[in-house]
Design a protein around this ligand. Structure first.
Ligand SMILES: [Zn+2]
Length: 317
């Protein structure tokens, strides 16, 4: 917690670096940008653990990697009394009340589904509760922002989004091409999130969201997770939290205080903001948010909005 507020980080690629570089989550000297020491130092209560895999792999190779990452999470991250995986709205409340930290599992890029809805059901049973439908390229669900065709959801993609809603999974539209975002907003029927994206009005980057998209997401009761990726924040050589705050100012104006949250993208980035280098620096941002917007807005942006969305979407029990 930070000053009595729940703190949630909606996107970090910790598992990707654990898998690829053999880094230890509990190693006190871990090179991870978001290790357990950083989480503990900064009072992060809920962390979304993403299973990003190399997009150049075939869908079935990606599925093997995803399974390996999920297994690594259960063996090396989840720890009774310390970090508990969350599968339902009930779990989330129970874990937070017990003083443990909560972890949710997310898939970044639905390539591993390989066009099969059965794989989606299986990943749900293995604990996955969020899916970013694409990375930058195209897959069987939709096109990402890097695919020039810019198509929306495929027929399979529509099945995936509807099935996710009925199972109780969060649809993440970060990385998705614009048409796909509108398709999701049309058919999901619940709060839609962009876990790690900033405002295109402040910095025109393909990974950032237009004001219309931000409004569309907020209208579902969803959230945009402002992200610490320097390339999405601005063009200067050295960027800092003050530059990120310009995006948060704008997102708050367009989406309102219920529509903005945080998604660091730690361990998915090679360079960082000068003063947000790892999870331990999180409180510096929270302090600035509190000073700038007051404690009511801080409560929502720091974690309250993520918690609201999770409790609305996840299975009740
Ligand atoms: Zn990403």
């Amino acid at each position: 917690m930070y000053n009595g507020q729940w703190v949630v980080d909606g996107h970090a690629d910790i598992l990707y670096r654990m898998e690829g570089e053999g880094l230890g989550f509990y190693d006190p000297d871990s090179k991870l940008q978001q290790s357990f020491s950083h989480m503990a130092a900064s009072g992060i209560d809920v962390q979304v653990f993403v299973t990003f895999v190399e997009p150049r792999l075939t869908p079935s190779e990606q599925l093997y990697k995803v399974l390996a990452s999920l297994d690594r999470f259960y063996r090396e991250v989840a720890k009774p009394g310390i970090i508990a995986p969350v599968f339902s709205a009930h779990d989330l409340q129970a874990v937070l009340q017990s003083g443990q930290r909560a972890a949710l599992l997310s898939l970044e890029g639905a390539d591993a589904l390989n066009g099969q809805i059965g794989v989606l059901h299986a990943l749900f049973r293995l604990g996955v509760r969020l899916i970013g439908l694409t990375w930058n390229g195209a897959n069987s669900v939709a096109d990402g922002v890097g695919e020039a065709r810019g198509a929306g959801l495929s027929q399979f993609g529509r099945d995936v989004v509807r099935t996710m809603r009925s199972l109780g999974m969060v649809v993440d539209v970060s990385h998705l091409a614009e048409r796909g975002v509108w398709d999701v907003l049309d058919i999901y029927g619940g709060p839609v999130v962009a876990s790690h994206s900033n405002a295109a009005a402040i910095h025109a980057h393909r990974r950032n969201l237009s004001d219309d998209q931000v409004r569309g997401i907020a209208a579902t009761g969803g959230i945009v997770g402002a992200t610490f990726v320097p390339g999405f924040i601005g063009d200067k050589n050295v960027l800092a939290s003050e530059d990120l705050l310009r995006h948060i100012d704008h997102l708050l104006t367009v989406a309102g205080p219920d529509g903005v949250a945080l998604g660091s993208d730690f361990d998915g980035i090679d360079t960082t903001l000068a003063d947000l280098r790892n999870g331990s620096d999180y409180p510096l941002l929270l302090e600035k948010l509190e000073r700038r917007y007051g404690s009511e807005v801080l409560t929502k942006v720091a974690g309250g909005n993520w918690l609201r969305v999770f409790s609305q979407i996840l299975p009740a029990k």
